[in-house]
Design a protein around this ligand. Sequence first.
Ligand SMILES: [Zn+2]
Length: 66
Amino acid sequence: MFICECGGVLLVIGVETPPKHLSKQEKLIYKRVCDVECQKCGKIKYSQPYDNGTILNEVKKTKPLL
Ligand SMILES: [Zn+2]
């Protein structure tokens, strides 16, 4: 779960889709990023690590969930 600096809960609003050329195994270890939105202050953070806890700075395209 993600927590905003305001203390609100960040909900995932979009998750990156792994590249189509990857094999099933490669997709399993592929580190996706996601966009999250704070439910308290409404701030949106892009390209947050989704599959592990490492910090990513690279901006990747995400696919909206809604
Ligand atoms: Zn917030």
